[in-house]
Design a protein around this ligand. Sequence first.
Ligand SMILES: C[S@@+](CC[C@H](N)C(=O)[O-])C[C@H]1O[C@@H](n2cnc3c(N)ncnc32)[C@H](O)[C@@H]1O
Length: 321
Amino acid sequence: MTESRPFVHEPVLRELVVEIFSTVPAGTIVDATLGGAGHAAALLESRNDLRILGLDRDRNALAAAQARLAPYGDRATVHHARFDQLATVVADAGAANQPIVGVLFDLGVSSPQFDDAQRGFSYRFDAPLDMRMDTSSGKSARELVNELDASTLAGILRRYSDERYANRIANAIVKARPIATTGELAVVVSEAIPAPARRHGGHPAKRTFQAIRIAVNGELEVLEPALDQALEVTVPSGRVAVISYHSGEDRIVKARLRRAEDGGCKCPQGLPCVCGALREARLLKRGGWSADATEIETNPRASSARLRAVEKLPAPDEVQP
Ligand SMILES: C[S@@+](CC[C@H](N)C(=O)[O-])C[C@H]1O[C@@H](n2cnc3c(N)ncnc32)[C@H](O)[C@@H]1O
């Protein structure tokens, strides 16, 4: 993103996020995916006994967040880090002296990452293929699509976007190499999909771009370790909330938060637990929340959002039948 371009990202489920954290004790909330700091600013506005420790792996987002949070002075600090480094950042920032009363994850990418052609995330523009949230490390999408063999590429497409035509697309990519730009990739993918299937379900390259982005950024690999750390650093009565945008993310979130609630208990349902499982947290709402039609109308990103949240329990608690 160029310096002068405004960072415009409308936070999803903002009021609900504020409501979820309205009951936590005074202290610091870790915003693990700071983005443009829309959620962070709303939380700081909602209560003056809260602080924000914000993380983002994208330096453009951090610069925008820093500017947005400047009016809150030392109530907000920002850190360039991946969210699976959360526990270390909290310890290094000395935040251990202050209770961590919540952790928020608003997963995926921000609107400016998609809207800036030069970031190479979008099939809507023709630009060098990149897709890295942190442009200072890791392999770009260009390296990935030009280096991986067809079966690995097809696996990525199936795993990260349930792409029905994964094999056809992967073979077409291998045949068309070298591929340098988002525009070239979009054409190769579209042409690999049978014509009747191209006519519905949005842009034919949408799922492939999503899957490659997830692979480039290792988005799913870092999620469970980050949730472990979030549950670990949060004090009793604090809350952990996660907004996910596709089934691959949500499956991981759902499974980890369920394990926080049932302690991984393997005993038959309805019978007393004898396996020694310990509960870490209680789920705030089974199934979580999604956005209503009004929000989706004004903010289409909200259409696939699912928010799940738990409250940390006072102490490991034996599982009750
Ligand atoms: C949906 S946006 C968050 C928007 C933010 N809630 C707001 O109100 O503006 C997701 C942000 O998380 C960042 N992000 C994604 N995965 C990350 C990770 N593993 N570690 C740190 N930041 C990550 C992205 O760079 C992006 O800025």
